[in-house]
Design a protein around this ligand. Structure first.
Ligand SMILES: [Zn+2]
Length: 502
């Protein structure tokens, strides 16, 4: 039995979720739904990163307690499952889930037992927005390249992790493909980072600087575990790592695939720090690290800190879940950035979902009702001139499998779209209305049957990508016990551009 563990990153909850995070959730969901459909056991793990100093600062700004603040904010992230139609199996919240702190402590102790944790004095430039130290050379004019803020000069004695010890081992695991990083450009980036030399990194901070928020270092109550160590640990702690439970063996140690999805900004944490921590703790490393780019909105960066946000709740509420998922899957190139505009979302949904798919379904079901009283025809002849249509249907499973193995969601949806495109062409070419007028019943039955089979194939293959639309298509194309199709109903209506939130 193939078992696959798929994780999304756990976001800071200092502001509402944006569309860039929705992209990652939808990609994870598609992979999970597809793999379940071919018989694999799949677990999708999501969560929220509550133990960040950023959350403390945001709570202070809002004038509420930190736990109260993160509880309320986390709900906005976990609540995305409904408007985006996500099939998430488990959500871990790092501040409140009892599995988490205990698991992070075990991870710490495992690395300590290996001799990989030590104390030393440290001075560095810390960006709270990034929750990381920068060297002077990494700054732009003395400012964080991501946030444009001047980092804090921090001077304290901290715990360090002996990352340098794992450089050689990491390099060979990544170069040899045991840890696969996609796209390849990102793998090369990580290899260059390793070749540039890996320095030990600070994995704690003073409890005072953390304002008492976070997981204390075992045996050293004056120190709190670095938020990234804590956050990365969620991929194991959610599997009851602390309790040495069956979940750990099933979904991590014994899993066929351990797939992490993440944005390009956190590549170093996932492809360098995290596997090194796992090697130190004696645990299996991830099999796949899949990196997506950033979304911009009308050319501007979308981020929680930039102020410019596209709210996925508003989008799904205004344009529907199918339209939002379709845009994310159809328009965002593999591993690269993409620019979001409402016009593009509406255009894509109207061209392909309403005009392409919706129109096809409506034509086929309407013709079966008009010419055959809604009864699925029993074709006695082979469908004329149907080679291209048959080929699109026959090729779809292989094309989708190959594209999703490459984490290429555009190519995967293209294979489904090809069936609709060929089927629409087929209607125009065979002109069933002319066959009906001429009383050519055998040919008409053959054509209608070929078209219905195409629509049913679309319903099947679309399911991982647009589960809601696919379910409606499948119901519309399923004859009842008497061989009668449901009356044609509008499945994918045209939408008009309205700007969410004015
Ligand atoms: Zn920063």
């Amino acid at each position: 039995m193939t078992t696959t563990y798929i994780t999304t990153t756990i976001p800071y909850v200092n502001a509402r979720p944006h569309l860039g995070f929705a992209l990652e959730l939808v990609q994870a969901d598609v992979l999970a739904r597809y793999r379940r459909s071919i018989g694999e056991q799949v677990r999708v793990q999501a969560g929220t990163d509550d133990n960040s100093l950023k959350n403390v600062l945001a709570a202070e700004a809002a004038g509420v307690g930190v736990q109260e603040f993160v509880d309320a904010s986390a709900a906005a992230f976990t609540g995305l499952a409904e408007p985006l139609s996500l099939s998430v199996d488990d959500v871990i919240r790092t501040s409140s889930d009892p599995r988490h702190a205990a698991g992070v402590e075990r991870l710490w102790q495992a690395c300590a037992a290996r001799g990989d944790l030590y104390r030393r004095h440290y001075e560095g430039l810390y960006c709270v927005g990034c929750e990381q130290f920068y060297t002077a050379a990494e700054l732009t004019g003395g400012r964080c390249p991501d946030h444009g803020t001047v980092p804090d000069l921090v001077s304290e004695e901290n715990w360090f992790f002996r990352l340098s010890r794992y450089a050689g081992q990491l390099r060979s695991l990544i170069a040899g493909g045991t840890i696969r990083i996609e796209p390849a450009g990102r793998r090369n980036e990580v290899l260059a980072l390793i070749d540039g030399g890996l320095e030990d990194f600070s994995v704690s901070r003073s409890t005072q600087r953390a304002r008492g928020w976070g997981i204390p270092v075992p045996g050293d109550p004056g120190q709190v575990i670095y938020v990234w160590w804590d956050a990365l640990g969620n991929y194991l702690t959610a599997l009851d790592y602390a309790g040495h439970g069956v979940s750990l063996n099933r979904w991590w140690t014994g899993a066929s695939r351990r797939i992490h999805l993440l944005g390009k900004g956190v590549l170093r944490f996932h492809a360098v720090y995290w596997p090194a921590m796992l090697l130190s703790a004696g645990e299996a490393v991830p099999t796949d690290i899949v990196v997506h780019g950033y979304l911009t909105e009308n050319g501007r960066k979308i981020s929680k800190s930039s102020g410019a946000t596209v709210d996925p709740y508003d989008l799904a509420g205004t344009y529907g879940t199918d339209a939002v998922r379709w845009w994310l899957l159809r328009e965002v190139p593999r591993g690269a950035d993409a620019d979001f505009t409402v016009d593009r979302l509406v255009g894509r949904a109207n061209d392909e979902l309403a005009n392409g798919l919706g129109n096809l379904l409506s034509r086929v079901v309407t013709m079966i009702h008009r010419y055959r009283g809604g009864h699925v025809p029993a074709a006695t002849a082979s469908a004329p001139d149907a080679a291209a249509l048959h080929r699109a249907i026959r090729n779809a499973p292989g094309l989708i499998a190959g594209a999703l193995e490459d984490f290429d969601f555009r190519r995967a949806t293209e294979a489904v779209w090809q069936i609709a495109d060929e089927a629409n062409r087929y209607v125009n070419r065979t002109r069933p209305w002319d066959l009906a007028r001429a009383g050519d019943h055998a040919q008409l039955d053959a054509v209608l049957t070929a078209l219905l089979v195409a629509c049913q194939a679309i319903g099947t293959h679309l399911a991982p990508f647009l589960p809601d639309a696919a379910a409606r298509i499948t119901r519309q194309c399923a004859p009842d016990g008497a061989g009668l199709l449901p009356s044609p109903a509008p499945l994918l209506a045209r939408i008009a551009p309205r700007f969410a939130g004015g």
